[in-house]
Ligand binder design. Structure first.
Ligand code: TYD
Length: 224
């Protein structure tokens, strides 16, 4: 059976990586093959493009060129990592995917929705996440969480974390609009809740939407 493709989206500081690690452990605990990957990146060449974009060097090329770079990275990531895993029956948990391009590059303002849709079609070639979790929280909360994380690492924030608060508010609305337009794929999760509750909400939604995920009736796997 083909693996499932599950993506995690949301603004800064929403706790995607914590939740991906927890979900991965649940799959592993039930002996389900699983990989966790991320965008931009997730393959050796796409990781090179990631460093270039997040360093801020691509900003001077403008939002359209940035969107093309994200698209190039996505194509390599799909071809080298995501598609082979799914075909071999491995579940793929992906930290951001093409909804991030629609939200972020859309929120930067100057790119037509049609253009972003076309770039998405070019990159995905029919691939579509089975489920997308949108971890939702107010922009202020997310940015302050991301700020604490950077301060503890002694970092200054990447290209997009440095955008202003109104950008991050637009971003939140964009993710919610994406979820509203694709309710069969997207589930919005309140990411202001404690991590255990976010994890439980994600797990409950997965069991409901993909009941055969763990083979037959989904089993409860207690990995706390
Ligand atoms: P990352 O450190 O992975 O961010 P986070 O921890 O918030 O997930 O950096 C990825 C950044 O790239 C993030 O700010 C979102 C942005 N991005 C886009 O602008 N477009 C895209 O298509 C993708 C995948 C990410």
């Amino acid at each position: 059976m083909a693996g499932r493709f599950i993506t995690f989206e949301g603004g800064e500081g929403a706790g995607k990586s914590t939740q991906i690690a927890r979900l991965r452990r649940r799959f592993e605990a039930s002996s389900q093959p699983v990989i966790a990957t991320r965008e931009p990146g997730g393959s050796p060449e796409a990781e090179k493009i990631r460093s270039f974009i997040l360093s801020g060097k691509a900003k001077h090329l403008g939002p359209f060129a940035e969107a093309l770079l994200f698209t190039a990275a996505r194509i390599d990531h799909i071809d080298k990592t995501i598609a082979p895993a799914i075909e071999s029956g491995t579940h793929v948990l992906c930290d951001r995917f093409s909804d991030s391009m629609k939200a972020y590059q859309g929120a930067l303002g100057s790119i037509d929705r049609d253009v972003l849709d076309s770039l998405e079609r070019i990159a995905l070639r029919g691939l579509r996440p089975d489920m997308t979790f949108i971890l939702d929280l107010p922009a202020e909360v997310g940015l302050s969480r991301a700020g604490e994380r950077q301060a503890s690492k002694g970092e200054g924030g990447d290209r997009f974390e440095q955008e202003d608060i109104s950008f991050h508010r637009t971003l939140r609305d964009a993710f919610l609009a994406i979820a509203q337009a694709a309710p069969e794929r997207c589930v919005v999760i309140d990411a202001t809740q404690p991590p255990d509750e976010v994890e439980a909400a994600i797990w409950a939604a997965l069991r409901e939407r993909i009941p055969d995920l763990l083979g037959g009736e989904a089993r409860h796997v207690d990995v706390a």
